[in-house]
Design a binder for this molecule. Structure first.
Ligand SMILES: *Cc1c(COP(=O)(O)O)cnc(C)c1O
Length: 467
């Protein structure tokens, strides 16, 4: 499988190269040159497969030529046997024909484990073969950092540095990062806000000369194709469990960077009968405003009770636009320049918008509606949703087109991670799952650094100088 840039002016890469690259050289994102497709008969023949075997069927075409089939199988077995539920991605029914897909059974209790656990293994596998080592650098306000740390803690060829804003991450989320021990793991608390941390990461990717030796930075945010890829599997798994491919299914996806929902769109392109895909956003609703009004306008970030969806710009949307533009890289490069010039309101040609609306519905859900949905579902079923999942359920109920088709909301996190919202909804915070029961007693390891690029880069260079 070869990968191409959405802006049409960067070299084609293999899976291995894409895995080790962040943005393409032309500023675009990498996508598969041809999407593998499966017939209904083939998909039907996978109905009885457990999660890891299904994952192998779905993922192997994307990595073929770079990752050996047996090695992929071993990695998948290792990753998903570490999840806290034997079904890996169990379905929870919340009403007639309505479900939550529980994607929070992994080590850090959010769906990001599905991809980042696998990413860590894939990185180590290719780096071992290349006799190379890399540095992961990322900024987080929560879920990504802990999932990336858990995913790479056993990697022999990866040092990981995760920056978070000092004092501005919840205790559970911080401890999920700072209590993981390993010589290759470094938590940096920046004396500043999330944007300061993010800016330092961006600047470091732009000029990597501060790194010693042959080291390079690797991105673990969802611009990395391997993350999207791993997330395609649970769409197949849940749809097959509900009668696909004979029966169609629908999904509502709590969305920030458009990564998780893009994986659903990929599953549909690969042959899964997905009748409806709903983009569910919080009040950071750039995508919903765009879909409903054909106005793409970047607005300042709002902090909400669903922090993992707090984004101003939705980076993976470019991957969809690439399809809407029939893979015309130069035209897309021009469009992206206008979209990123934040003063502008950008509109799409009507035919392209019509195509987008055929593929997706959208809804923005505010904090009061989120809280009310948590309460409503609890009253109806006794099941407590995390606030992000509640955004998805609300959008699912408002936008549903066909009651006969099973509606599945992606359950993106466990409610225990989002204490503020749970309390606001009037519930007690649930107990931590068994494997994290002593999280609040574990020893923490972190370094507090000023929000100065040179200091942070000097720290990283020094700590990676052990090879
Ligand atoms: C990351 C995250 C999201 C948003 O996912 P995207 O792929 O960025 O759209 C939603 N909910 C939770 C709990 C998350 O951690």
């Amino acid at each position: 499988m070869k990968y191409i840039s959405t802006r049409g002016n960067a070299p084609e890469l293999t899976f291995e190269e894409v895995l080790l690259t962040g943005l393409a050289a032309d500023g675009g994102l990498y996508v598969p040159k041809e999407v593998p497709t499966f017939s209904a008969e083939e998909i039907a023949s996978w109905r009885d497969l457990p999660y890891t075997e299904l994952a192998h069927k779905v993922l192997y075409p994307f990595v073929e030529g770079c990752v050996d089939s047996a090695a992929l199988k071993t990695m998948l077995d290792e990753v998903y046997s570490g999840f806290g539920h034997k079904a890996v991605a169990p379905l929870q029914q919340i009403d007639h024909n309505e479900y939550v897909l529980e994607l929070f059974q992994g080590p850090t209790l959010a769906f990001k484990d599905f991809a980042l656990q696998l990413l860590g293994r894939l990185l180590d596998y290719v780096l071992e073969r290349r006799h190379e080592k890399v540095v992961i650098m990322g900024a987080t306000s929560g879920d990504t950092g802990s999932a990336a740390i858990e995913g790479t803690k056993a990697c022999r060829n990866v040092d990981i540095f995760i920056l978070h804003p000092h004092g501005k991450v919840s205790d559970v989320q911080r401890r999920q990062m700072t209590t993981v021990v390993g010589d290759n793991i470094h938590n940096i608390a920046i004396e500043g806000n999330f944007d300061d941390a993010q800016d330092m990461v961006k600047a470091s990717f732009g000029d990597q000369s501060f790194l010693r030796g042959e080291r390079k930075l690797v991105a673990v945010n969802s611009i990395n194709w391997a993350r999207i890829m791993a997330q395609i599997v649970y769409y197949f798994y849940s749809a097959l469990n509900l009668g696909a491919p004979e029966r169609a299914v629908a999904y509502s996806v709590p969305t920030g960077n458009f990564g998780d929902i893009f994986a659903g769109y990929m599953a549909k392109k690969m042959g899964l009968p997905i009748e409806q895909l709903i983009i569910a956003t919080n009040s950071n609703d750039v995508l919903h405003r765009f879909m409903s009004k054909n106005q793409y306008e970047v607005r300042p970030l709002k902090h909400t009770i669903t922090p993992s969806m707090d984004i101003a710009v939705s980076s993976n949307f470019e991957r969809l636009l690439f399809d809407l533009y029939d893979h015309d890289g130069p035209a897309l490069a021009e469009l992206m320049a206008r979209m990123n010039a934040k003063q502008d309101i950008v509109t799409l040609d009507e035919d392209k918008l019509a195509k987008a609306r055929e593929l997706f519905d959208s809804q923005a859900v505010d904090e009061n509606e989120t809280i009310a949905t948590m309460q409503q579902v609890y009253d109806e079923t006794g099941y407590l949703l995390d606030p992000h999942t509640a955004v998805g359920v609300k959008a699912a109920r408002d936008c549903r087109r066909n009651q006969q088709i099973p509606m599945i909301t992606l359950g993106t996190a466990h409610p225990v991670k989002f204490e503020e919202a749970v309390k606001r909804a009037g519930f007690d915070v649930p107990a931590l799952p068994h494997h994290l029961a002593d999280l609040m007693e574990r020893e923490e390891k972190l370094d507090v650094l000023p929000a100065e690029l040179a200091t942070v880069q000097g720290f990283i260079a020094e700590k990676t100088f052990h090879d």
